[in-house]
Structures are given as C-alpha cells and as structure tokens.
Ligand binder design. Structure first.
Ligand code: SF4
Length: 369
C-alpha cells in the first residue's frame, strides 16, 4: 500500500535506507534528498523536521504532515573514575516508562590521550534469557528496540565522545541490555546504518554482535553475509556448568553451538570471539581451561576473559587474581589466543552483566530454567 494514501503518519526511523528511498520517491523527491534526510536522522541526530535546514520550507512542512520523527532522550549520565561513562536513555512509549542503558568505555595511551572508544549498546528492554549472573536477565523481557533507537544511542554517545575525549567512537559492541540476535532485524539494520558513510561511518570490522548462542541466527548471519564480527557469550566450557548459569543451554547445548560455529566459519571464513566471564571457583579450574581449549578448536577463534563485576544477589563472584593467572597460563600452554578484559566502570555499575534498570520496575517475561 502506498505510504501516502494511508491515514497514519510514517515513522521515518522505522524505515531501512531502501524503504526511506521508496518513501522519498513517493513524495516525488530526487535521490539526493534521501541521502540528506538519512544524514539528518542518523549522522546529525535531529529531533524535528524543522532542524533539517538544507530542505526547503515546503518540504519540511510536507514531511511534518506525512511522517513522524522520534528520538530517544538522555535521562541520566554517570562517569566512572576510570573514564567510563554510563548513559540512561528514555524511550518514547507514551504509556510506558521504558529505559535502557549504554556505556562508553575509553582506553587511553600512557599520555592520557584516548586510544580506543568503545560503545556498548542495548538492543532490548530487559532480556528473556535469564542468565543467573546478569542483572538485565533478572528484569525479564519487555520489548525489542527499533533500529532507530539503537542508532540514537550510538549517535548521542558519539557526540559525547568527541566532547569528552576529543575523538569519535572507534568500536561498537552489541553487549548491553538484551540478547542481540533475539532482535535480529533491528541489530542487522542498525549495524548497517552505523557502518553507512552517511550514518555513523564506522567500519563493519569495528562492529561486534554478541550472542548467548542462538544457533539459528548465527547461521542466518552467515547466510546473509553480514560483515560484522561475531562474539559468543560462552561463560562455561561444559554443558553441566553452562546449564547451571545459562538456561538457554538446555535447548541449545554445546553440541548444537559447535555445529552453528563450524557452519558460520565455513561460510564466512571469519574467526569468532568467545566471551568468558571468569567466576571464582566455578569456571576457572585447569579442567575448565582444557575444555575451553577444545571449544576454541571448533574454528579459528580467540577468547576474551572478562573480569566479572559482582552483581548484588548473585552467588558467583569475580575470580581472584592468582586463579586468573593460572587459568590464563593453562590456556596459553594449550595454544589458545586469550586476552583479559579488566573490569571497567565498576563504581557506576557499568560492567558486563551489571546493566539493569532498578527503581523497583515490574518484572518482564523470562525463559524457564
Ligand atoms: S547475559 Fe545477555 S542473554 Fe543472558 S540474561 Fe543477560 S542480557 Fe540476556
């Protein structure tokens, strides 16, 4: 159905670039107008048609008549002593007070100049998968974000990054609130806008999509030839231990994950990264290191060992330094490429597994353990 014959206004940020092009064509606009509008939406992050100053007054009035333009707003911002900045964004639902968090994590050269500026974005309000160590999982699931809402987080943080650190963001990870591949279309559409030269203009090589291990969607990424990096939140190297902390493992166990990873690598020839939160005396033994080394052999890959930021009410704790050392040495002896990601934003609850909206919000849906 024609967009212009419907009574309802079109939400421009719900359209992909191709759909925006079709929309502009229906309005009788030349191709370059799509590019201009796209840039206003995603590169400049305007909140109204009025601000699109290189469009004629008549065109802005026409857009006002047939389209809407929503933008998420910043409800709070907190800076950690290590430079990490956490953002609380309010979404535009009229009847709900939905919020999501995102984080800017800077890495510095010894002289204090920013080297890498990584944004961790949210893709859902809450999460259905209920991993036992994760504050977001405790909220339950409320709704998917749209691609516009994901790009808004990035666009806003990009401007803060320039102001605070004199440099645009350099990397994006979909590791905030929500399971990214459970909201596949939004993640793929937002990542392509982030990579678009008229969007955020970040190389796809610097965009990483993480998953708890949704096997069908991992294969889909390969089939769709998506150019982004894949990270798998593994966190335990055996079914017995994974079952204990990640309910998803009961329906998608390590055998099915292995099949999906091998498929992904056969088709894309790209390596994968395993994210591994190291928990004290849970997944940090020599046997765990041996099991992890076997998993790493499924396909070319590396391991990011993440030092857990303790979450209130969670029985698992960050591994002690000597256990980390021994675990790392055991991995290296077995030829595993492993790096350690130190805890960041601890003092503002901005670390891995810590993102959640507290304020006594009601609980959403969750999968049974
Ligand atoms: S770790 Fe990821 S998948 Fe698991 S509950 Fe948290 S947000 Fe969801």
């Amino acid at each position: 159905m024609s967009i212009l014959t419907t009574q309802q206004k079109t939400d421009l940020k719900s359209l992909t670039k191709e759909e925006l092009q079709a929309f502009c064509k229906e309005l009788g606009l030349p191709r370059f107008r799509t590019d201009q509008i796209f840039q206003w939406l995603y590169q400049k992050g305007v909140s109204s048609f009025e601000e699109m100053t290189n469009l004629s007054k008549d065109l802005r009035a026409k857009l006002e008549e047939v389209a809407t333009l929503n933008r998420i707003s910043v409800a709070a911002q907190q800076q950690s002593s290590d430079g990490t900045i956490k953002f609380l964004f309010k979404l535009n639902d009229t009847d709900k007070d939905y919020k999501v968090e995102a984080v800017l994590i800077p890495d510095f050269y010894p002289d204090g100049v920013a080297k890498r500026l990584t944004v961790c974005v949210s893709s859902q309000v809450g999460c259905v998968f209920g991993c036992s160590f994760c504050a977001t999982g405790k909220m339950g699931f409320f709704r998917n974000l749209t691609h516009g809402e994901v790009v808004d987080q990035v666009q806003y943080i990009n401007s803060v990054s320039e102001e605070a650190y004199g440099k645009k963001i350099t990397n994006i990870v979909y590791m905030g609130m929500g399971e990214p591949l459970h909201n596949y279309k939004t993640v793929v559409n937002s990542a392509s806008i982030i990579a678009d030269p008229l969007g955020i203009d970040l190389s796809p090589k610097r965009i990483t999509v993480s998953t708890v291990g949704l096997t069908k969607q991992i294969k889909q990424l390969a089939d769709d030839e998506e150019p982004f990096n894949l990270a798998i939140s593994l966190h335990a190297p055996s079914d017995t231990k994974r079952d204990e902390i990640m309910p998803i493992n009961s329906s998608m166990n390590l055998e099915s994950l292995e099949e999906a990873v091998r498929y992904y690598h056969r088709k894309t020839e790209r390596p994968v990264t395993y994210e591994y939160l190291l928990f004290d005396e849970f997944n940090d033994t020599p046997e765990d290191a041996r099991n992890l080394a076997k998993i790493v052999n499924w396909a070319p890959s590396k391991v990011n060992i993440i030092m857990y930021n303790n979450v209130a009410g969670v029985a698992l704790h960050r591994a002690r330094e000597e256990r980390l050392d021994n675990f790392l040495k055991a991995l290296i002896r077995q030829g595993v490429r492993a790096t350690v990601r130190r805890s960041r934003g601890d003092d503002i609850d901005a670390g891995c597994g810590q993102l959640a909206i507290r304020e006594g919000a009601p609980k959403g849906k969750t999968i049974a353990k």
